[in-house]
Design a protein around this ligand. Structure first.
Ligand SMILES: *Cc1c(COP(=O)(O)O)cnc(C)c1O
Length: 251
């Protein structure tokens, strides 16, 4: 039993609850998605067994494949739900269709087509969030907000993709107003979509460094890596090739 992991988890959950109260929200409204990228199967097994966590966010299909293989079919299979949160190449949609319970980074029609095809072959449906670009940074992945309504209309044609909400990454800056502006933009896009008949209850936004701002703006799920698992062994430029400054590293 890793006392450090438990202590970090409990501290994080306290901070999330505090942020909810500060925003006048019920802590039960905000879910934490533990992001286990770069950490191996043993850490995930421990988080599952000691902390009762069963959903984990990953941002590379290869890691989902390797970890699912390492953890499946063992004596005490922890029954993990893998949530893909990273940029997904269309030619790797099959892995997500086979192994993931959810995709939070659906950001283009071509990917929806490929996923639907693979999911029908697997006879499965998964929850999806549409990743929207709310940051002015040129290289961030995500759908252009102007195209959101048309994309949501298109997705209605795919019963294999259960559209549950929106996801975003805020701008990478120490300017809290700019970060908060990204989260606010996502909430407003959600409200606007609702006015057009699209029910999108979930907003996945906020990470270790900025989740209180996201909660203040209505996040229903925060994606937390570092604050639970500690600093990652590789710089984030390896995982987010478009980021060069080690965003989301050690707290
Ligand atoms: C890594 C990652 C996170 C978590 O980042 P931390 O700063 O470690 O909490 C959240 N969302 C996405 C898409 C990520 O890739």
């Amino acid at each position: 039993m890793d006392a450090t992991l438990r202590a970090r988890w409990e501290r994080l959950r306290e901070r999330v609850d505090d942020a909810c109260r500060a925003a006048g929200r019920d802590p039960d409204e905000v879910n934490v998605l533990p992001v286990s990228k770069t950490f191996g199967p043993d850490v995930i097994r421990q988080a599952a067994e000691d902390l009762g966590l069963h959903r984990f966010g990953e941002n590379k299909v290869q890691e989902i494949r390797d970890k699912a293989m390492a953890l499946a079919g063992r004596e005490a299979d922890p029954g993990i739900d893998w949530v893909m949160i990273g940029n997904l190449q269309t030619n790797k949609a099959g892995v997500v269709a086979r192994l993931a319970s959810e995709l939070q980074s659906l950001d283009r029609p071509k990917l929806a087509v490929a996923l639907d095809r693979h999911l029908r072959a697997e006879n499965r449906a998964i929850d999806v969030l549409v990743q929207v670009k709310t940051s002015p940074e040129p290289s961030k992945y995500g759908l252009d907000p102007e195209r959101l309504l048309a994309f949501l209309d298109e997705l209605a044609d795919y019963p294999t993709l259960r559209v549950r909400g929106l996801m975003t990454l805020a701008i990478n800056t120490s300017d809290a107003d700019a970060v908060r502006g990204c989260f606010r933009r996502l909430r407003r896009l959600r409200d606007d979509a609702a006015a057009h008949g699209h029910d999108l209850p979930r907003l996945s936004m906020g990470m270790s460094g900025d989740f209180p701002l996201a909660i203040a703006e209505g996040a229903t799920e925060v994606r937390i890596g570092t604050a639970i698992f500690g600093a990652r062994p590789y710089p984030d430029s390896y995982y987010w090739p478009e980021v060069s400054d080690g965003r989301g590293g050690a707290p």
